[in-house]
Design a binder for this molecule. Structure first.
Ligand SMILES: *Cc1c(COP(=O)(O)O)cnc(C)c1O
Length: 381
């Protein structure tokens, strides 16, 4: 006899409409209104900017950053939170009294708390204790409850357990990010980038550079590149204390890491189901000091603060730009501003915090600043 997987394992509990009668109608109406509410939020939102950097020293290269920090909840996770909740509603897992539960390093929890409040649903965020205070505060401000765990690898079991205890629904971004996002269209981040590039000198970028937390954004980018038949290559940049890079090289899905990533939002201690290595053309691994150094250099260049994962992206982008330059190639490179740096005033922008963790970004900051100013890539030790 064939073994069929237990459906509740993979899809969660069912929220039924309650059979025939008036209760059924009430619940059905609630779900319809909930979906309309999410669609209204999307309809009120403008698309995010695609910023073109002005870098005269990099002749023949055009550099763009998709600015996801301007969503109402401050990060690219605004798109994901909307998609994950729609996915739960349309799959019949979320009803008018469902407690929403999520495992997060912070940004997703903030965005989901925002939507949960609008829908009148209870929300519990399971996050590592190291999460930025400003994100924990934001969850509270939206009426959500934070459950903090010591180790980042504990978030999954804790979230599943809280969902079971409350009869709630575990949104599970690390599993569902890749499939909850409409990767073919619906103004996802990839489609938006290509349509905003349409009138540029090189409308099809040579490279798109992104980091991975759930892996959902790189999955959407890589799939759309194939679906639309572009020559773009996708580079994913991984920080220290993440297993994605090793999984990419080895195909080993059982890899685990002992420490959590120091770069909030990216780098994971296990190979997340939403991370799809087969759509990635190249991966880079960069030191945390390089992420923070590039974050500082880019913030100086833009006259505004960006987050550390944006620094990871930007370090990878500059490395690729230097390679292209050395080979005499021309073209466009696109990456992402994932969130705003003002969330990290007491961490990545605090010299004492960095020193306590042994993160010395200055050499990398100088390396990137020099590259932007003069086009010279000075290799470091
Ligand atoms: C989630 C996140 C990322 C990575 O995006 P994924 O689509 O989850 O891979 C990068 N930076 C920040 C700040 C994030 O919150």
């Amino acid at each position: 006899m064939t073994h069929l997987p237990d459906r509740s394992e993979t899809t969660g509990r069912c929220f039924g409409y309650g059979g025939l009668g008036p209760r059924d109608d009430d619940a059905r109406r609630w779900v319809r209104d909930a979906i309309a509410l999410l669609n209204r939020d999307a309809h009120r939102s403008a698309d995010t900017h695609l910023i073109r950097l002005s870098l005269p020293a990099l002749a023949g290269l055009e550099i763009y950053l998709k600015d996801e920090s301007t969503h109402p909840t401050g990060s690219l996770k605004h798109r994901l939170a909307r998609s994950l909740i729609l996915y739960g509603l349309c799959n019949g897992h979320i009803g008018p009294r469902t407690t929403l539960v999520e495992a997060s390093s912070g940004s997703t929890a903030v965005s989901e708390a925002y939507f949960a409040r609008q829908l009148g649903l209870d929300f519990v965020a399971v996050m590592p204790r190291s999460t930025s205070a400003s994100k924990i505060e934001a969850v509270a401000r939206y009426g959500g409850r934070s459950h903090l765990v010591e180790h980042p690898a504990q978030v999954y079991d804790a979230a599943r357990q809280i969902a079971a205890e409350t009869g709630g629904y575990y949104l599970d971004q690390f599993t569902y990010a890749e499939r909850a996002t409409d990767w073919r269209s619906n103004n996802n981040i990839a489609e938006s980038i290509y349509s905003q590039m349409a009138q540029e000198p090189y409308p099809v970028p040579c490279w798109i550079v992104m980091s991975a937390g759930t892996g959902g954004t790189s999955a959407t980018l890589g799939r759309l590149i194939r679906y639309q038949g572009h020559d773009t290559r996708l580079c994913v940049v991984d920080p220290e204390n993440s297993v994605f890079y090793d999984n990419y090289l080895s195909d080993d899905c059982a890899l685990t890491g002992e420490h959590g990533s120091a770069i909030e939002g990216i780098g994971r201690p296990r190979v997340e189901p939403s991370f799809l290595p087969c759509v990635i053309d190249h991966m880079l691994k960069v030191p945390d000091a390089a992420s923070v150094g590039a974050m500082m250099a880019l913030s100086d260049h833009l006259f505004r603060r960006v987050g550390a994962s944006t620094g990871t992206n930007f370090y990878g982008l500059c490395w690729i730009a230097a390679q292209m330059q050395a080979r005499g190639e021309t073209g466009a490179i696109v990456s992402v501003i994932c969130d705003d740096g003002n969330r990290y005033g007491t961490s990545y922008y605090d010299a004492g915090w960095l020193a306590d963790r042994g993160i010395a970004p200055e050499p990398y900051r100088d390396q990137i600043a020099r590259f932007l100013d003069s086009g010279v890539w000075q290799p470091l030790g």
